[in-house]
Design a protein around this ligand. Structure first.
Ligand code: AMP
Ligand code: MN
Ligand code: MN
Ligand code: MN
Length: 283
């Protein structure tokens, strides 16, 4: 089904492979009318994406995906409708990017122990944006033939508990939500099914998130199975959270998710965009 809204995407300004203009062109071709760019811990792509969107009649929602450490686990909080010029948010994001720089050297050190050399130099030379991501290291491992695909790079080296994994020291949940709210945005828990939380721990996360001022959860995600969309629609309703919808698109080489291909938000779920005055455009 062709859907007209996508509120979670990436470009080369974080770990995606398209430029902001290319992303907008592809969204336009897929009949997406409302697009949020939500790069990890960086807002550098927003100005170009906004220009490209306005030239093509798309609505560009300025966004961010903030990395958070909650209960020693990484959780991603998307911010939608942010003012990218907000100073305290930018100050916080700069700290996360600084951690990314340190972590990249640490990943390199751990790969060297496995006799894999040159990772940091390769990543540095190839990265186009402001952040160094595990995705860039995964691409290095694939390109040098250490693994066959991205999934294997994570499974063998980069995922939690593996040889080159470095525990995150990201923002607290409270910081991330306050940066987003302070910048005039709406905070959204990204791809909630990915965290594999027990129902008790999920309830704790949702309650803390709401106490901090969080308002929405991604009900429909490119990384969810269909039954997980239904499950999180119910959970959003039970917790009084708005529902969001996003592909988490990183580029055309990701075969399992494309722009404009997500199912609609389940009935009964209040869309995060219901206050944005977009209803006529999105149906
Ligand atoms: P980082 O924020 O640098 O720790 O990197 C996290 C990013 O790695 C996520 O945003 C995904 O884009 C990517 N990622 C995580 N797990 C996988 C996986 N199993 N296969 C491919 N990409 C992954
Ligand atoms: Mn990513
Ligand atoms: Mn994410
Ligand atoms: Mn994402």
């Amino acid at each position: 089904m062709s859907l007209r809204i996508d509120l979670h995407t990436h470009t080369v300004c974080s770990d995606g492979t398209l430029s902001p203009t290319e992303l907008v062109e592809r969204a336009h071709a897929a009949a997406v009318r409302v697009l949020a760019l939500t790069d990890h811990d960086a807002t550098d792509g927003l100005a170009e994406a906004t220009r490209a969107a306005s030239a093509r009649g798309l609505t560009l929602i300025p966004g961010i995906e903030v990395s958070v450490t909650w209960q020693r686990q990484t959780v991603h909080i998307v911010g939608l409708g942010i003012d990218a010029a907000n100073e305290s948010m930018q100050h916080g994001l700069a700290r996360l990017r600084e951690f990314r720089g340190w972590r990249a050297q640490e990943i390199d050190r751990r790969l060297r122990k496995k006799n894999i050399r040159g990772a940091f130099e390769h990543v540095r030379a190839n990265v186009k944006g402001a952040i160094l991501s595990r995705t860039h290291f995964a691409r290095f491992l694939v390109s040098q033939g250490y693994v066959n695909d991205m999934g294997q790079a994570f499974k063998q080296y980069l995922a939690r508990g593996k040889a080159a994994h470095v525990p995150g020291q990201w923002a607290t949940l409270e910081e991330a939500v306050s940066w987003i709210n302070g910048a005039g945005g709406t905070a959204v828990i990204a791809h909630p099914a990915r965290y594999k939380l027990t129902s008790g721990k999920l309830r704790r996360l949702l309650n803390e998130f709401k106490e901090c001022g969080g308002r929405a959860i991604e009900v429909v995600s490119g990384s969810h199975a269909p039954q997980e969309n239904a499950q999180f629609a119910r959970i959003a309703g039970e917790h009084g959270l708005l529902g969001s919808l996003g592909s988490d698109y990183h580029g055309p080489e990701n075969p399992w998710v494309d722009l404009g291909r997500l199912p609609a938000l389940p009935d009964g779920c209040t869309p995060v965009w219901h206050e944005w005055g977009l209803e006529q455009q999105t149906n």
